[in-house]
Design a binder for this molecule. Structure first.
Ligand code: TRP
Length: 461
């Protein structure tokens, strides 16, 4: 296959577009990050702010990225050439390639933890929980987590395995790789999370858990929590770094860009809420700390299934499906540099994938692991894991989102934009488009700037 064929590849149908995009959005962000951030930031009020960010910032930026991608059918850097934009705007794409790597450094690390949990569950490491008391079980699960991620060899090995699996799928290409995997497995994940929720809701602490998740208590909300909610909205919907530009470039001509964005945002939020519903009842039933941080998922889910028939089987299935969600999200991260290297640097797909995964492993392994050479380096009070997470989610993605909304709101050709959003006149959505442009010009950038300045302390409410 030559390069020009490669970049002209598209998803095969509207349904495939929906699942691939949802496959990018749904990932460790919903199952791992959302619950622990809600826990750390005090619950319901954070959830509410998060949804406001999705609605007023996330969806408009998603539509903008889809427009840039589909109208140019190019990678995140090359797209701006086709749009005849000044070279400055290409920095969105370059920053995106860099953000993809930054995110992959820690994301593939956590994916490695999830993979290792599939193995642990199959080996029966959690079978003994059934005979322990609640408190003993909670302590046991916590210490298993600390041992699993604190090892000096095995977390490295699992991270390498995670990156290798992603590389193999992505070498297969857009249709045969990304599309096939997402379409079959996402519905299964959805069903399994619902089973988790049903079980969690039968626990003693269910009401307390739901209260924590759904009842806003604004006294617990800090300015930095608002920036984190915004960062999470970007992270969750894979925005601000060109993933949705790149995926948009594989959309079919018939996809309705507004409807796709709304459907993806809605389904993705539902998965996050379901994950929260599965986890917080456990936290309150077993007397755990909601603000337990990145280990929360791993310290709670084994307890959900610990005392029910076929519990271990369900646990294995849960971690398998979470690995799949993590994998489909990683595909979309890795695809950004890969598409860039193929189209802008004339590399073959294989070479682009090898180069990208090579960088992820080399820098990721060296800098992210506490047991690595740079394990004890602390910059601005953060180790490398937190630093890459903070820089990408709270700084780079929102800046990318701001630039994208300014570009589409002010610079892009408005006829071209309405033409693309209405699928060349076949959709009757003039009113919607006008509303969208206004939101994108005034509301989205204003919110981004205010939240940002507030969080770094330049303005104070
Ligand atoms: N959205 C994914 C998740 O929630 C992660 C992800 C995939 C991502 N592609 C991205 C985050 C691009 C930011 C940018 O797990």
């Amino acid at each position: 296959m030559n390069h020009s064929n490669n970049k002209r590849e598209t998803f095969s149908s509207g349904l495939a577009v929906f699942f691939a995009t949802l496959g990018s959005a749904v990932g460790l962000g919903n199952i791992w990050k959302f619950p622990y951030m809600v826990g750390e930031n005090g619950g319901g009020a954070f959830v509410l702010i998060y949804f406001i960010c999705v609605l007023l910032v996330g969806i408009p930026v998603a539509v903008s990225e889809f427009y840039i991608g589909r109208s140019t059918r190019k990678n995140a850097v090359g797209a701006f050439d086709v749009l005849k934009a000044k070279p400055f705007w290409k920095s969105i794409g370059y920053m995106g390639v860099l953000s993809a790597l930054f995110i992959m450094f820690f994301y593939s690390n956590v994916a490695g933890w999830v993979f290792s949990y599939v193995f642990k569950a199959i080996k029966g490491d959690f079978l003994s929980l059934a005979s322990l008391s609640m408190e003993e079980a909670a302590v046991n699960v916590s210490s298993q987590f600390d041992i699993a991620v604190g090892g000096s060899v095995s977390p490295f090995v699992w991270q390498v395995i995670a990156v290798a699996i992603v590389s193999i799928i992505i070498i297969a290409g857009v249709k045969k790789g990304i599309e096939r995997i997402t379409k079959t497995l996402l519905p299964l994940l959805f069903i399994l999370i619902i089973i988790c929720c049903i079980r969690a809701l039968t626990l003693e602490g269910a009401a307390q858990g739901l209260n924590f998740l759904f009842r806003p208590d604004f006294s617990k909300l800090s300015a930095s929590a608002v920036l984190s909610a915004l960062g999470l909205a970007f992270f969750k919907l894979s925005l601000g770094m060109g993933t949705m530009i790149t995926y948009g470039s594989y959309f079919t001509e018939k996809d309705n860009l507004f409807a796709t964005s709304a459907r993806v945002a809605l389904s993705d939020s539902l998965v996050s809420l379901l994950a929260g519903t599965a986890i917080f009842p456990v936290v309150f039933t077993f007397g755990m700390e909601p603000g337990a941080g990145p280990g929360l998922l791993f310290k709670t889910i084994p307890l959900v299934f610990s005392k029910i028939p076929f519990g271990n089987l369900l646990l294995v299935a849960f971690f398998i499906l979470t690995s799949i969600a993590a994998t489909t999200a990683m595909l979309s991260l890795v695809e950004v540099p890969v598409a860039f290297f193929i189209e802008e640097k004339n590399m073959s797909r294989n070479k682009a994938v090898l180069l990208t995964s090579g960088m992820i492993l080399l820098i990721g392994l060296l800098t992210v692991h506490p047991k690595s050479v740079f394990g004890n380096v602390v910059i601005a009070g953060k180790g490398f894991f937190d630093l890459f997470d903070y820089l990408s989610s709270n700084i780079m993605l929102p800046i990318g989102g701001l630039l994208i909304s300014i570009f589409v709101g002010y610079i892009a050709n408005k006829n071209d934009l309405s033409n693309e959003l209405s699928n060349h006149g076949t959709l009757d959505n003039k009113g919607m488009t006008k509303f969208f442009i206004n939101v994108l010009r005034y509301l989205t950038p204003a919110l981004l700037v205010i939240v940002f300045l507030n969080s770094i302390g330049i303005i104070k409410f």
